[in-house]
Design a protein around this ligand. Structure first.
Ligand code: AHR
Length: 324
């Protein structure tokens, strides 16, 4: 064999070996049912982004538990862009993964890629936020009941403003199941004597939450009695704006959502009066459901996380025990 031919051959072998590795997902999707184990599983998780401490904890839950269980995890970060999530899902479908867990950045627009996964025989578990696609296109949804979180937030606001008042809303990502559900639940339970005077998105980030609160303060001044803030990271940004405007803790009562360490610190410092829990530690449950799917077992169509509300008087004791 000439030198050029042997180099070409070596390149071909290397390419095939790489292809075999890439298609390892397919190879590892052994015909193991009904005795599949976690070490048989190739799991795709096209994470929606890294916008909040909640999201960081959610990512860690999937990565750490995959390592502990021996699951092969194909992880990607879509940077809050639906098109990136869809591309990542398509790459996973091509690699013939066993199961896809999809935390959808927004509710709408998933029909096409969910159909592609279904046609390829790959079950999808919707994680965290919901989708509007028909439930026949995915195996299950596991996450928080965002409407209930909004209702709990309104119940807390009702207690904080018993004589009524004016509130502003810092909403999460527009079109996301979390923002839509929380907004809906809040309006369902809010007392008639409390008026929502404005609602703007802060996209679930500290950086975008701060200017939204700055704008509210310059527009409404001391008209604002309360703020419903859809997550702790935006609450951190909002409090920065309130401090800069010379406000003191309690001048505007705040109900936030998540129950992160940052939210607990805001309660300890007196800025947040109630923090509605949203639990990001979903990895173990989702992997268990995925394994059951691989083994041909049926799983629940919807699994809603059990959650609570946290208050300032317990925040100091609980903060050291918080995992996120
Ligand atoms: O979907 C869950 C929400 O997304 C959390 O409340 C928020 O912090 C995150 O970005």
């Amino acid at each position: 064999m000439s030198r050029i031919k042997s180099i070409a051959f070596l390149l071909l072998v290397a390419t095939l070996a790489l292809a075999a590795c890439g298609g390892g997902a397919a190879d590892e999707k052994a015909d193991c049912a009904p005795n599949c184990e976690y070490t048989d599983m190739v799991f795709c998780y096209p994470q929606l982004g890294a916008e909040s401490d909640w999201r960081t904890a959610n990512t860690a839950s999937f990565k750490e538990n995959a390592a502990d269980l021996g699951v092969r995890l194909l992880f990607s970060d879509a940077q809050q862009k639906q098109e990136n999530q869809i591309s990542a899902m398509r790459a996973c479908i091509q690699q013939e993964v066993d199961v896809i867990g999809l935390p959808p950045v927004v509710e709408d627009g998933w029909e096409a890629v969910l159909t592609e996964a279904q046609d390829a025989g790959i079950p999808v578990i919707i994680v965290d936020r919901s989708v509007t696609a028909d439930a026949s296109l995915y195996a299950s949804h596991i996450g928080s009941d965002m409407v209930v979180e909004g209702q709990r937030s309104a119940d807390e606001m009702n207690k904080l403003l018993p004589d009524g008042g004016k509130v502003v809303e810092l909403s999460g990502t527009t079109g996301s199941g979390a923002a839509v559900g929380r907004a809906e639940g809040f309006r369902m339970n809010l007392n008639d004597n409390i008026e929502i005077i404005d609602s703007q998105t802060g996209n679930f980030t500290t950086a975008e939450g701060k200017p939204v609160m700055e704008a509210f303060l310059s527009k409404y001044g001391d008209e604002i009695d309360g703020a419903f803030i859809h997550n702790d990271n935006m609450a951190i940004g909002a409090v920065e704006a309130m401090k800069a405007a010379g406000l003191q803790p309690g001048d505007i009562v705040i109900v936030s959502v998540d129950g992160t360490r940052g939210g607990f610190q805001l309660m300890i410092d007196g800025w947040v009066q109630a923090d509605v829990e949203c639990n990001p530690l979903l990895g173990p449950q989702v992997y268990e459901m995925a394994l059951r799917l691989m083994n041909g077992e049926s799983i629940e169509r919807e699994v809603l996380t059990n959650e609570t509300v946290y208050y300032p008087d317990e925040a100091g004791d609980l903060l050291p025990t918080r995992k996120y």
